[in-house]
Ligand binder design. Sequence first.
Ligand code: ASP
Ligand code: MG
Length: 468
Amino acid sequence: MWARTEWRIVKWMIENLFSAKVQAAAPLFVRVILMAHTEIVSPKLLIVKKFGGTSVGTPERICAVAQLIANSLSQGNQVVAVVSAMAGETNRLVGLAHAIHSMPWGLEYDMLLAAGEQQSVALLALALKSIGVKAEPLLAHQVGIRTDSLYSKARIKNIDTEKLRRFLEEGTVPVIAGFQGVDETDHITTLGRGGSDTSAVALAAALGADDCEIYTDVEGIYTTDPRLCPKATKLNEICYEEMIELASLGAKVMQIRSVELAAKYRVPLHVRSSFSNVSGTRIVGETTAMEDILVSGVAADSDCARITLKNLPDATETLVGVFGPIANAGVVVDIIVQNRMEDRTIKVSFTVSEVEARKVKAFIEEELVRVFPQLEVEMELGLGKVSVVGVGMRNHPGVAAKAFAVLADIGVAISLIATSEIKISMVVTRSALRKCVERLHEAFGLNEKENPIKPPPGDLLEHHSTMS
Ligand code: ASP
Ligand code: MG
């Protein structure tokens, strides 16, 4: 469009080459063209690029990341780099602490865990230096990333951006340690496992960055876990809310808090791979086009158990009396269903992870039976949870009915159901989980998407979080 307008003006100038009008307009025209070209053809963007543990897992990877940053700079962008610890390093530090104390916690522990990121920033800054890029390695206290004092799950309160802007103006790449902060008393804090994502989003929000790129070892967010369903495809776009649901349902790509923060401050996210050049998944605010897609993703959680409590008194305080002590014991409960029975008792079922199930059953048998002597406890292991997620279901009826029909069709019984505005979760036996995912993925039209991806090695059913 712009080129055509330019061409018309140039033609007019040639036709009127010797007129006074052209002689007066030419210098201005040339200036405008030059400005427009730098603004439109190669706009200068401020991009926060966050590199996860595998992206900086080896010296070779760190050099590749440095090159990736250099390429972005050569396109005229300003770059702020945020890094995680090298893959496996934080886990190694956790192991060291546990070898010394049975329950390591507090400022010593956070100081220890934050050490992994210090290595990465120094190494990445060194790699940038080695290819002639000006860079400054920065720890959280040097940037002024202020947090509260909730060790191991601190929240960022404030970021001092003045220093960062000075670096950016002089063409220096700030290389910032993710995952860490500093509290009011200058103690080092950490933001919870996977917290570098939150550091990156907070920095992007504070700086008003044009983009926040989350570099990882997968190519983006998929319609479902490719280890469970080979027809999984990469999504080009997903909205914050869907991503938050998927992350809370077990998609381990990003820390949930970072997506919540991005949604709050409308930070555009781009999850992509540092191992390839392809564009990944953009996480953005909801658009009207998204409303027509009923289901964007199918999530599966293979670690699920059900606890059922029978013969509880039908009284208003009962649920508080049951779940208060369970919460105090530190157990995270997922789906809860309550039934009023004809004999005026209450039956309550809830789901927890398998490890928690054993713990909670023992706890109930020891503690709760004292308060509720008639109480009977049952435990069912070997369950899984399959969920369909999509903002489209907010405005379209029939998604639940369709999901139930799909499972009925393959003879799978649903033992518990939970819904939110944009999600339907169903608890089934673990052995049926894979089939449920495949069928739901197909029934909601997700198989038809283009570019199916190769399943990465490993199997979700034995998969555990691989945070650095
Ligand atoms: N290194 C930290 C962790 O493994 C933070 C992060 O990787 O985001 O949890
Ligand atoms: Mg991570």
